[in-house]
Every structure is written in structure tokens, then in C-alpha cells.
Design a protein. Structure first.
Length: 83
């Protein structure tokens, strides 16, 4: 277990302490249990969605070199293209 400090509203702490009294568990156990339930409920209500990523497209006109000529492509990649 990891030790941490959290700030709780007084009303929340009061309810948690009531639960401690009812269940005979420690405050840490009670808060861990309640937080776990809350996180599970949130995860079920908001399942992770797969985002569809779309790259933007740009019209760049006619290429200034022959894209099928591998030597020309290598030359541009190695030295850069001068306008």
C-alpha cells in the first residue's frame, strides 16, 4: 500500500466515518473501497473510445522531380531540393 494525504470535504469524511462504524473496517480500507467502486462505475459509464485519427491532406501541385526516379529522390533527400 502507498501512503498519501488527501483533502476531503467535512461531509464526505463524516459519511466515510459512518461507514467505518458500520463495517468495522479502517478509514483507509473504507475510502479505498469506495474510491474503487467510484472508479469502476466511471470507467463503465465512459468506456475508452478508439479515436479515429485523420491526417490532413494538402494539394501541393505537380512534383518538381520525377517521383518514380529513385536516383532523383535520393539526391533530393541527401542534399535537399534547391528551388
Amino acid at each position: 500500500m502507498t501512503r498519501t494525504t488527501i483533502l476531503l470535504h467535512e461531509s464526505v469524511l463524516k459519511k466515510a466515518k459512518q461507514r467505518v462504524h458500520e463495517t468495522h473496517k479502517t478509514l483507509g480500507e473504507t475510502i479505498t473501497e469506495l474510491l474503487s467502486i467510484g472508479l469502476e462505475t466511471t470507467e463503465k459509464a465512459n468506456p475508452k473510445r478508439k479515436t479515429h485519427f485523420v491526417l490532413p491532406e494538402f494539394k501541393m501541385g505537380i512534383p518538381k522531380i520525377n517521383l518514380t526516379d529513385k536516383d532523383a529522390l535520393f539526391k533530393v533527400l541527401e542534399k535537399g531540393y534547391n528551388k
